[in-house]
Design a protein around this ligand. Structure first.
Ligand SMILES: N[C@@H](CCC(=O)N[C@@H](CS)C(=O)NCC(=O)O)C(=O)O
Length: 258
């Protein structure tokens, strides 16, 4: 198996977590997203959306992190990360859909506005424009341009933060009376959400986690699993986290995260 990914990318973490849970080894191909490696023709042939991750297994390229994790669950079923009842399986699909449709786009806006923008602004205008214009999806391109221009003052920032926190509130409600998001055992839904708590942590936006007591306990429970070390700690550099935290410290007092 080959995984095209990036250490800090939430969707890459999501797939690495499931690979680690299933003790599956892979050859790692890291793409530097700020250098535009996702736009190179060889990679676009694998993933026309120009995003990571892409998993190649049995010579087949697979894209979309949620669908990759579903593939891994079907192809390598042990240990099972899917609940046993049809209703709980619907819950997994519903929550992973909310994460993909709502939380992930919001995360992109927040991450660029706070964590990535300071580094990008040190580069030439031509470089920045080229990186934005290479994005194939026009809505994503528009969102990216807005946050790079204005950071947390961008017109799309507040709505993104609200969307992010709304999904965390939904997760908090799900954890009422059960240790994991979709029941008594850990599932693909938990590994889909975890990277977005890690992202708040890396951006020093701790209140987003701490204001939600059940989610805080769940976050610690998930980080106690060996997969957290193998899929996250082993890949992310202290320099990258340090840069994100320093940027987050600059703005966190302006943000309402409760
Ligand atoms: N729906 C896709 C989203 C993938 C995605 O947005 N990946 C981000 C990193 S988390 C990326 O590659 N960004 C590069 C860019 O926006 O130029 C999935 O779940 O795989």
């Amino acid at each position: 198996m080959q995984l095209y990914h990036n250490p800090m990318s939430t969707c890459s973490q999501k797939v690495r977590l499931v690979l680690a849970e299933k003790s599956l080894d892979f050859d790692s191909i890291i793409l530097d997203l700020q250098q535009g490696e996702q736009f190179k023709p060889d990679y676009l042939a694998l993933n026309p959306l120009a995003v990571v991750p892409t998993l190649v297994d049995d010579h087949q390229a697979m894209i979309e992190s949620t669908l990759i994790n579903e593939y891994l669950e079907e192809r390598y079923p042990g240990p099972a990360l899917t609940p046993s009842t049809a209703v709980e399986r619907h819950q997994v699909r519903l929550f992973t859909k909310v994460i993909d449709d709502v939380l992930h786009p919001a995360c992109g806006i927040i991450t660029y506005a706070i964590g990535i923008r300071p580094g990008l602004l040190r580069r030439s205008k031509a470089d920045i424009t080229a990186l934005i214009n290479a994005i194939p999806d026009p809505l994503r391109r528009r969102d990216r341009a807005q946050v790079i221009a204005k950071g947390v003052e961008a017109e799309n920032f507040d709505a993104a933060l609200t969307a992010y926190l709304t999904v965390l509130d939904q997760a908090e409600a799900r954890l009422n009376g059960q240790p994991y998001l979709t029941g008594s055992s850990v599932s693909l839904a938990d590994f889909a959400l975890l990277p977005y708590l890690i992202r708040l942590d890396h951006l020093a936006l701790y209140d987003g986690i701490e204001a939600r007591p059940l989610l805080s306990v769940w976050y610690n429970r998930m980080r106690d699993r060996p997969s957290y070390h193998d899929a996250v700690t082993a890949w992310v550099s202290t320099a990258a986290i340090g840069a994100f935290r320093a940027a987050g410290e600059q703005v966190r007092d302006q943000l309402k995260l409760g």
